[in-house]
Design a protein around this ligand. Structure first.
Ligand code: IPE
Ligand code: IPE
Ligand code: MG
Length: 226
């Protein structure tokens, strides 16, 4: 059985988890990072080649500054802690989105980790940061029009998205008991199998992940044929 090459995840529910536990949304974000590490490990075990994590959406700026700053600090601490490990473990990090408006020190570290892990081959972790799918498409159309391309093809559009050279995901998981896409990978998920999970992200573990992978393996994917 050939498993999926690319799994994308909308890691939703951190805030509610933290509120329920200790009346602190940020606690949920902290616990969420531990789950990220667990799911990366499991993805490697399952020989998944691309794991895309919706980490900060272009609409998440609407949250209070105290929360966005906490998220940026968490991410920066994670990079500080894992910088050498990622390289050693042969993990490639790629950023999807426009991180220009991120705090300067975080931006520098993100660029550095991307550059430093560029030739790694075990797995590619795509971090969707300040990512919005419509913005990604608008950006692609702008590039295409600047290049004065007259023949528009699906490949031309795909090649001008942040996800250039990344195969479309076979699986999209959204945790947090919410059945929507929130502006995530709208072009790329045309034939993706979507799994909406009730559990909040900090409660989503490797067993839940395995259950989805097993379900996926039993699905007959038609792509319009029979
Ligand atoms: C997802 O969890 C993480 C980010 C958006 C960074 P939320 O923070 O959206 O958690 P809920 O949905 O409010 O519980
Ligand atoms: C989607 O979750 C973004 C991330 C998980 C990073 P949101 O919590 O921002 O989505 P909405 O606002 O509920 O649609
Ligand atoms: Mg949410």
């Amino acid at each position: 059985m050939i498993g999926p090459k690319h799994v994308a995840i909308i890691m939703d529910g951190n805030g509610r988890w933290g509120l329920k536990k200790k009346n602190s949304r940020n606690l949920g974000h902290k616990k969420g990072i531990i789950r990220v590490e667990e799911i990366i490990k499991q993805s490697i075990k399952k020989k998944i080649k691309f794991l895309t994590l919706y980490t900060f959406s272009s609409d998440n700026w609407k949250r209070p500054k105290i929360e966005t700053n906490f998220l940026f600090t968490l991410l920066e601490n994670y990079i500080d802690k894992e910088f050498n490990n990622l390289k050693k473990k042969n993990i490639k990090i790629k950023i999807l989105g426009d991180i220009d408006k991120f705090p300067p020190s975080l931006k520098i570290k993100l660029r550095k980790v991307e550059k430093n892990t560029n030739y790694n081959t075990l797995i590619q972790i795509n971090l969707a940061l300040n990512y919005g799918s419509r913005q990604e498409l608008v950006n692609a159309f702008k590039i295409i029009s600047i290049k004065k391309k007259r023949i528009i093809t699906e490949k031309l559009i795909s090649d001008n998205l942040y996800t250039k050279n990344i195969p479309d995901p076979e699986i999209l998981i959204r945790t947090g008991n919410t059945n929507r896409l929130s502006n995530f990978l709208l072009w790329q998920i045309n034939y993706t199998e979507i799994f909406f999970v009730k559990k909040l992200w900090p409660d989503f573990g490797k067993n839940d992940f395995n259950i989805i992978l097993n379900k996926f393996n039993k699905i007959k994917r038609n792509f319009g044929a029979i």
